[in-house]
Design a binder for this molecule. Sequence first.
Ligand code: HMN
Length: 295
Amino acid sequence: LDKFHGIIPAFYACYDDEGNISEARTKDLGQYLYEKGVQGVYVGGSSGECIYHSLDERKAALSYAAKHLKGKMTLIAHVGAPSTRDSIALAKHAAELGYDALSAIPPIYFKLPDSAVLKYWSEIIDATPLDFIIYNIPQTTGYTLTTSLFEKLLENKKVIGVKNSSMPTMDIERFKKTGGDNVIVFNGPDEQFVAGRIMGADAGIGGTYGAMPELFLQANRFVQEGKFQEARLLQSEINDIIIALCSLNGSMYAGIKEVLRRRGVNIGSVRGPLEGISSEDGGRIDNIIVMIDQT
Ligand code: HMN
């Protein structure tokens, strides 16, 4: 499972100037992250704006990322979709492209019982030979993974871990305790990356890593070296930056994309209903870049 250990940015949706998924810009973002030295990418998740894409667009996003990053880093495909059928189609596509693992949120919109959630994940897992990472993100899906369902899922050897985006770091501790050394637990909330690592997360997948990969790589090194005071202080600086990104008029992702654009990586803006940046955001983004560069 070593290939999953480290900093794994959630890959952003890369659009051309007309708002279509862009292969050229996917390549640019991939190259940027590769040069920063990240362990892998998580493609087509929340930060990939998957929820706003057609099935064909999602397939294209997975294809472009694989085409330009396969062999360079670990590739995780998020394939969760409203229907099991679409999720399976995405899973098969990702397997053909050579992804290292699949991942999926639980079913969304209708509140379904654990039996349906288990069936949904199991059917995705059975559709390909790939390993599977459960995605627990209660604040957006309304569904909370329990340790007992987690245990049941782990009976399937293809289930290698969980990306936990719930806020209590205790959830990370519980999942790690339940799965032990055979599973990999990913920290989801970037605001508590350091805490998550200390509570048992082996690695991190995050939506703000792309804006400041060097800072998360450094925080991870501090934790590995047992330099917890340094790690805590760096996390505090990171949190100032995340709060500034979340305080823009535009959506956080629009802000991150503007940061990237000013760093020479243009991946377009965001798709509605996410809001683009406003004119007032310009100066705030100047500040955010100073914060990132001075940390
Ligand atoms: C993804 O699926 O693309 C992200 O990795 C999800 C990730 O856990 C993010 N959570 C949400 O978007 C709700 C966080 O990285 C989040 O962006 C960050 O903690 C800032 O709030």
